[in-house]
Every structure is written in structure tokens, then in C-alpha cells.
Ligand binder design. Structure first.
Ligand code: COA
Length: 191
């Protein structure tokens, strides 16, 4: 098959709409976060694989914060588009909207960013087409994704440094005022 050099954002835009049925609910009657995560992963795959023209795998899902609960009976729509492409990776932005059709209420429940990597038949990462940015919004999303990637990298480095520098014996004072009780037995104290 001929290799595609570039594709527009519009080419792979994908929306999934699903009715929230009672079996998706938790004991409190709201929709399980895991149901929404699964839908986020699905729509990200559909969008990424369409852009890549290849099988894709999920590497990470960022910014999963459910701002409002989703109720049984609501229609959840997940709007996905490619925000950024690297060499073999893609970042898919997903806006999740829940709609109560009876009272006409529309809620924006969260926006997440899924990083996916395209794989070739040899199961190795394979290059994806470049992204054609046709609107200012698409340019803004691409730049934001680059910044988010940089920030995540520096956060991870800082967190590693912090963990390596942690001296638990010396820093127990940090726990003052926290809602925990320390009950170390001899084994816990020395390990
Ligand atoms: C993600 C994966 C393909 C990376 O493989 P790898 O051999 O380390 O590949 P590379 O180092 O060449 O990286 C490939 C791309 O992934 C990106 N990547 C790797 N780790 C990453 C991470 N933690 N976060 C974001 N991007 C990452 C790299 O930046 C690179 O992107 P680029 O080509 O656009 O520059 C591999 O770790 C994998 O297959 N993981 C399992 C994924 C999976 O099965 N997911 C389903 C959940 S069960």
C-alpha cells in the first residue's frame, strides 16, 4: 500500500455516543469512572489508528478528572481529534459531554489527552503521517500538546529526584498535621 505523507486533523475526527445504561452504574447510582475510561480509550484508538493507518497502542492517559458525575439515562458523547504527532506517537484530545435529553442539560464532564504509538506488522513503533493544521485552533492544540509533553517530562524528572533524595527518618516531621498514625514495628522501622 502507498505510504501517506500527511493527513488533516479533520480526516480522523471521531465521535462515539453511548447511552448510559443501569449496568454501568456504581452503588451510588452514578456511572463508574472505569466505563468512561474505557470509552476514552476506544475513541482514542479509533481516531489514532485512522490517522496512522496502523494499529496503535495506548501509552498514557492524562488529565483524567471527572468534574461532574454522569447519570444513568444520559447520552455520553466523546469527541476525539489528533492534537499532535511526533515520529511514531500521537496525542489525541478527547472532550467528554454528557447530555440529559429530557431536560436538555449538557455537561462537559472532562477533557483528556491520550498518547498512542503506532505499531507496524513487526510490532515495533512505526512512523505516522505528519499533521496538516488548517485552523488557528488546531495550531494552538498542537503547541499546547508540545508544552504538556515538556512539562510532563520535567515533572517526572523532578519527582524521581525528590524520591531519590527522600530521607524518611529525617523527614518524619513532614507528617505532622497529616491524618495518619505511625505504628512501625521493629521490621518496618529497619526495612
Ligand atoms: C509505548 C511503546 C510502544 C514504546 O516502545 P519503545 O520501544 O520504548 O519505543 P520508542 O522508545 O522508540 O518510543 C516510541 C514512541 O513512544 C513515545 N513514548 C515512549 N514512552 C512514552 C511515554 N511514557 N510517554 C509518552 N510517549 C512515550 C516516544 O516518545 C516515541 O515517540 P516518537 O516516535 O513520536 O518520538 C512500548 O513501551 C509498548 O508497546 N508499551 C505497551 C503499550 C500497550 O500495550 N498498551 C496497551 C495497554 S495494556
Amino acid at each position: 500500500m502507498e505510504k501517506v505523507e500527511r493527513r488533516t486533523v479533520t480526516y480522523s475526527k471521531t465521535t462515539i455516543t453511548e447511552l448510559m445504561i443501569p449496568s454501568y452504574a456504581n452503588f451510588g447510582g452514578k456511572i463508574h469512572g472505569g466505563i468512561l475510561l474505557s470509552l476514552i480509550d476506544k475513541v482514542a484508538y479509533a481516531c489514532a489508528s485512522k490517522h496512522a493507518g496502523a494499529y496503535c497502542v495506548t501509552v498514557s492517559i492524562d488529565n483524567v478528572e471527572f468534574l461532574q458525575p454522569v447519570e444513568v439515562g444520559e447520552l455520553v458523547s466523546l469527541h476525539a481529534s489528533v492534537n499532535y504527532v511526533g515520529n511514531t506517537s500521537l496525542v489525541i484530545g478527547i472532550k467528554v459531554i454528557a447530555e440529559n435529553v429530557k431536560i436538555g442539560l449538557v455537561k462537559h464532564t472532562n477533557t483528556s489527552y491520550v498518547t498512542m504509538v503506532a505499531k507496524g506488522d513487526d510490532d515495533r513503533p512505526t512512523p505516522v503521517p505528519a499533521l496538516v493544521l488548517e485552523t488557528k485552533e488546531e495550531v494552538r492544540r498542537f503547541v499546547e500538546a508540545m508544552k504538556r509533553k515538556e512539562l510532563k517530562l520535567s515533572f517526572n524528572e523532578k519527582m524521581d529526584e525528590t524520591k531519590n533524595a527522600l530521607d524518611l527518618e529525617g523527614e518524619l516531621g513532614i507528617l505532622k498535621g497529616q491524618r495518619c498514625l505511625i505504628r512501625l514495628d521493629e521490621k518496618g522501622a529497619t526495612s
